[in-house]
Design a protein. Structure first.
Length: 369
């Protein structure tokens, strides 16, 4: 496979707040000597324009300035090549010189080279994969590309959108969010307190605050033997988000979790038809503050707001919150044999569910009154 010889430089102004990084030039880009001028580039330009920006206001770049081959566009052909390393070096220099507020990684390979994040294959890292996991996430750039505050926003490559038109609304949302993030350099992740098996005195206060709050989000993690591994909840008190996790290791604290579970405070759950029946059947915990129109299910609400898209919490968190992708922690704790990872994961789920619900409520109120 012969790598192209026509060099396609970056395009855009010297000073800018947002950079878009793809994989490598295609045939039309090679022919014109400019990045993102083909069909996918025109699509990207259209969505940039919807956000009141022009092509001349953003930086357009690729990992490699050379086309992967003369008869194909398989990025894998560039792996290990001097052309790719040259492109990465020049990308590093440009990012450190211009210091954009956000770098949009268009596809799995840009995501991997800019952040180190990727999917897994049989428990091992699979570079170039995982963009559907990380799209919508704000991630810190690898030190190589950081100078000093560079955040990367993961999104799909526009070439994919031209083939799968049903993903256009999602791509539009990503570009809109990325443009908004170009106004500041910080990651701005949601802040919250973590309380894992706290002492009974503190737990008493946390339960009192929870029951007095407007909403409580709930989530459980379970073992295969019909036993819960932990029960978690999140709430807001004086504008401070707090997450609590009570684990199976502390059965003496279960009564506190039960008090929250059965309280009349309105509840939020993601797919309550699993959590509520499980605790009812195996522990005789009756869920309060949920039935008869009191509660909120983020899974159900997504059917009204995003009927054509996934309803899993990982997807909902990516479109309704600023939390980065964290769902791999559910598997990592087993590999690391560190259950503290699972407890923190449980709190992330409760916080994520709470934040998703708040955004859903606002959107539904705006749409339907």
């Amino acid at each position: 496979m012969t790598i192209g010889t026509q060099r396609v430089p970056f395009a855009g102004p010297d000073e800018y707040d947002i950079m878009f990084v793809g994989e490598a030039p295609g045939a039309e880009e090679q022919g014109q000597g400019r990045p993102f001028v083909g069909r996918s580039g025109q699509l990207l330009e259209r969505y940039i324009g919807r956000n009141l920006l022009t092509r001349s206001q953003v930086k357009l770049a690729n990992l490699s300035k050379y086309r992967p081959g003369t008869n194909h566009n398989k990025f894998e052909a560039l792996l290990g090549s001097s052309q790719l390393e040259e492109g990465l070096n020049e990308l590093e220099e440009e990012i450190k010189r211009a210091k954009p507020n956000v770098i949009v990684a268009l596809g799995g390979w840009p995501l991997y080279y800019l952040t180190g994040c990727c999917g897994l294959d049989k428990g091992k890292s699979a570079p170039g994969s995982g963009i559907f996991l990380y799209r919508g996430s704000r991630l810190p750039a690898l030190p190589r590309f950081r100078g000093p505050l560079q955040k990367v926003f993961g999104s799909l490559h526009p070439a994919y959108i031209t083939r799968v038109w049903g993903q256009n609304p999602l791509f539009n949302l990503d570009i809109t969010n990325a443009v908004e993030d170009s106004k500041f350099p910080e990651l701005r992740y949601p802040e919250y307190e973590e309380h894992i098996d706290p002492d009974q005195s503190l737990l008493h206060d946390l339960v009192h605050e929870s029951i007095a709050s407007d909403w409580i989000s709930l989530d459980i993690e379970t073992f295969p033997n019909q036993q819960y591994s932990c029960v978690g909840w999140a709430y807001k008190h004086n504008d401070i988000m707090k997450g609590v996790c009570i684990t199976f290791e502390r059965p003496d604290l279960a009564r506190f979790a039960h008090e929250v579970w059965r309280s009349d405070t309105p509840k939020i759950l993601q797919f309550a038809t699993y959590d509520a029946p499980f605790m009812d059947r195996f522990y005789q915990w009756k869920l309060g503050g949920y039935y008869n129109g009191q509660g909120w299910d983020t899974y159900v609400a997504s059917a009204s707001l995003l009927p054509d898209f996934p309803r899993g919490l990982d997807f909902l968190v990516s479109v309704h919150t600023r939390m980065p992708y964290y769902k791999s922690d559910r598997k990592v704790w087993k590999q690391a044999r560190d259950m503290n990872i699972l407890w923190k994961y449980n709190i992330k789920d409760t916080v994520g569910t709470y934040l998703v619900a708040m955004d859903q409520m606002g959107q539904i109120k705006e749409l339907f009154g």
